[in-house]
Design a protein around this ligand. Sequence first.
Ligand SMILES: C[S@@+](CC[C@H](N)C(=O)[O-])C[C@H]1O[C@@H](n2cnc3c(N)ncnc32)[C@H](O)[C@@H]1O
Length: 372
Amino acid sequence: MNAMEEDSPHEMQHPAQSSSGVVDVPPATEAPPVLRASDQPPYLPSPDDDNADTPMENTFNNADPSTMSVTSSVYDFLEENGRTYHSYKAGKYLLPNDTRERERLDLQHALFLLTVNGRLFLAPIGDNPRNVLDIGTGTGIWAIDFAQMFPEAQVIGTDLSPIQPIFLPTNCRFEINDAEEEWAFTKRFDYIHGRAMASCFSDPSSVIRQAFEACAPGGYLELQDGVYPFQFAGPTQPDPNNAMYRWAGLIYEGAAKAGRPLNRVRNYKKWMEEAGFEDVVEQYFYWPNGTWAKGEYYKTIGAVFQQNLLAGLEGMSLKTLGRLGWSTEQIMPFLSEVREEILNPSATRAFLPILFVYGRKPLSSQIGTQVS
Ligand SMILES: C[S@@+](CC[C@H](N)C(=O)[O-])C[C@H]1O[C@@H](n2cnc3c(N)ncnc32)[C@H](O)[C@@H]1O
């Protein structure tokens, strides 16, 4: 019986990982440990902080169009089935970029934070990261949070879609580019972050190698991602006709057919080590697809993940199931069944393992040729 089940005889815990380099995960009923205050500065100054009344114009800027690295054509989103998709490198990424998807991404940001007790990162990056990169930044919510936490840092977020806000902390900016192209950054980064990128790259290992080149000696790469396929709790596999079970298999199959297999997240540690990162640490967490799991921690995560799944179901399915030859007319009624399944508390108990992986570029690393 799976440790997450309500009727499990065990106190519910994150299944601990014991192999070398993998950190034990704390019991689910307790929140993961909080870093020292110096590791994780507060989001906002306290009211009696001298800097608390910094005039708004000193904190935020209005993006200057003359410095934006994008042309207006990247805003000509492609429309299909009432959803919009990125136009720069059109067709590369399978999910939409419209308001519905942006809201889902922001909810998912909250879910990632809940998972690790509000932490934006697990890597021991110290108190003073200077140059920070967020690849595939989405709505930029992580990059903006990070920039506000570390006002001395310069944070760059990149994406195929220009879906980031215009009003930004002055130490945060966004670029439209493809992380699978050769990286042309003129500086080296103390910290590179990539989250929820499982379905983005045809060759994640080459992106990891580029991240290694772009890291400053002693700098960290951290990847946070879902480990597909979905797992199912319980003594037996669900009925093969179960809609949630079928959907989980179909998106897995469709993503592979689209050249973006979802099964590669487990290789991140290996690829980071092969690229040259040292002290690579993996830490697993779990997102149940509803409130069926035991304990306050999983119930909260499950409630939010359930909403996130419902919000993302259509966007995740249209192109992936489309690649398997499904028409929109077939997809939509099927998704209604999946929705019902997700909302039925006594139904399928699915969960998604979530993996955080981070590693450090050795201090002794040679300066590469790619960045100065
Ligand atoms: C699931 S979203 C995650 C967004 C963000 N990292 C977060 O966690 O909120 C994946 C993002 O990666 C972007 N993306 C996909 N392929 C990319 C590529 N080759 N280069 C840069 N960004 C990419 C997508 O446009 C999308 O915004």
